[in-house]
Design a protein around this ligand. Structure first.
Ligand SMILES: [Zn+2]
Length: 171
């Protein structure tokens, strides 16, 4: 999983070049039609990655990455759950998905599991992220939760919402 603070890099194996393209795809055997997955690509890997997807009829379109990948955003109305070690951390049917990450309403967090963290990171288009650690049954998952309390305008829809990584399963 990509840390939220990094500028996107190419998805090609071993390539760390900055991504210039978003290859938007959907595998009809795995994804409902409204799901859109995004691979990022540098100029050099755009043809090989898009050919790979097109050969399987997964490729929907290729967007320039000058702006945040609009394809990565969706408002999901199906019930979505975040679990860590089997414990439900958050549950909601009001999810905003950006760059493949589900952002939960803060009030959807179940119980007293968030611990403030001093960690911050910067995203060029979303702004400053702050973090929480999770504490569940005496175990701590450091910085497993991030949020944008005052994002830039382009990311206003995720203001105050929470996203999870570091082994937290979202389904
Ligand atoms: Zn590349």
């Amino acid at each position: 999983m990509t840390p939220p603070d990094e500028s996107p890099v190419c998805s090609a194996k071993g390539c760390r070049a900055p991504a210039r393209w978003a290859l938007v795809w959907n595998n009809p055997r795995l994804h409902t039609p409204d799901r859109e997955k995004v691979w990022t690509a540098c100029d050099a890997h755009r043809p090989t990655l898009s050919d790979h997807l097109a050969a399987r009829s997964f490729l929907r379109r290729v967007d320039p990455l000058a702006h945040p990948p609009v394809a990565g955003r969706a408002h999901d109305r199906s019930m979505t759950t975040a679990r860590w070690n089997g414990t439900v951390i958050a549950e909601s049917d009001d999810i905003v998905t950006v760059e493949g990450n589900a952002y939960f309403p803060r009030e959807s967090v179940v119980g007293d599991v968030l611990r403030p963290s001093a960690t911050t990171s910067h995203c060029p288009w979303k702004g400053e992220a702050s973090y929480f650690s999770l504490e569940v049954d005496g175990k701590t998952n450091t910085d497993a939760v991030w949020t944008y309390d005052a994002p830039k305008d382009a990311a206003a829809e995720i203001t105050g919402r929470l996203a999870f990584w570091k082994g937290v399963e979202v389904s």
